[in-house]
Design a protein around this ligand. Structure first.
Ligand SMILES: [Zn+2]
Ligand SMILES: [Zn+2]
Length: 106
């Protein structure tokens, strides 16, 4: 671990941040980082990840069938802490269960 410099750690942090932000909150991410990315020479749409998180399934590849629109985030949070959801998860038809699309800007 001694070979990892601070700048490399910062790079990892930025990469992890961009990845998580792209998956978790594409709208917020696009709002505050589009200009930042273009100034860095990165793709405005995906930040050079070459993929766009699916807006329907939030990048998970599956959706909660019969769930309340806008309630999926709560379901995801509950699942992330290990709670089994009562609603059934079905593959997302919008992205063919991939969870993302190829970036149209790359
Ligand atoms: Zn999807
Ligand atoms: Zn792109």
């Amino acid at each position: 671990m001694e070979n990892i410099t601070e700048s490399e750690l910062a790079g990892f942090a930025v990469g992890a941040f961009l990845l998580s932000a792209t998956i978790a909150a594409p709208k917020i991410d696009a709002f505050f980082s589009a200009s930042q990315r273009s100034s860095l020479g990165m793709c405005k749409r995906c930040g050079n990840l070459r993929r766009i998180a699916c807006s329907r399934c939030k990048g998970t590849g599956s959706v909660t069938e019969g769930g309340i629109p806008g309630f999926n985030l709560v379901e995801d949070l509950l699942e992330s802490v290990g709670r089994e959801s009562n609603a059934s998860r079905v593959p997302c038809v919008k992205c063919a269960a991939k969870g993302y699309f190829p970036c149209p800007g790359c």
